[in-house]
Design a protein around this ligand. Structure first.
Ligand code: ZN
Length: 147
């Protein structure tokens, strides 16, 4: 089976992980962080660009901001989805207030917005606050065949 490419969401190193080892808590070869941890990572746009370019595992990014009520409401749902989807998809969030370049780069007109990246491109997006079950269903449309 082919190797997956997975960008470490802590140090942004690109790691190779055999498909059979995805569920075995693989660690980053550079910083030792767990690559497929079942939680939401807070990342910057630089890390996102790297993951976007390299990762063969779906990365679902929640573009949000602290002033956005629906964003804050969705946060625990997004965490819940991250636990269920590991290790078949990874979930991360980008604070658009801190990383102001995100809105233009990704053509964001409203938040919260979920964007799924895989194999060097944007694959799908889902606008608005969603419950965990909908976030899961959204991600699984792009994981099932590779799980
Ligand atoms: Zn690392």
């Amino acid at each position: 089976m082919a190797d997956h490419r997975v960008t470490c969401l802590s140090c942004a190193s690109v790691n190779r992980v055999p498909a059979t080892k995805l569920g075995a808590h693989p660690k980053c070869g550079t910083c030792g962080a767990r690559l497929m941890e079942p939680r939401v990572h807070d990342i910057d746009t630089e890390t996102l660009r790297k993951a976007e370019r390299n990762d063969t595992i779906p990365l679902v990014v929640d573009f949000w901001a602290p002033w956005c009520g629906p964003c804050r409401m969705m946060a625990p749902e997004f965490e819940k989805a991250a636990r269920v989807l590991a290790p078949h998809a990874r979930l991360a969030k980008v604070n658009t207030q801190v990383h102001g370049d995100a809105s233009q780069r990704y053509g964001i007109r409203g938040i919260p917005l979920l964007v799924l990246f895989r194999d060097g491109q944007e694959v799908d997006r889902l606008p608005g606050a969603r419950p965990a079950t909908e976030i899961e269903a959204f991600a699984r449309r792009h994981t099932a065949e590779r799980a």
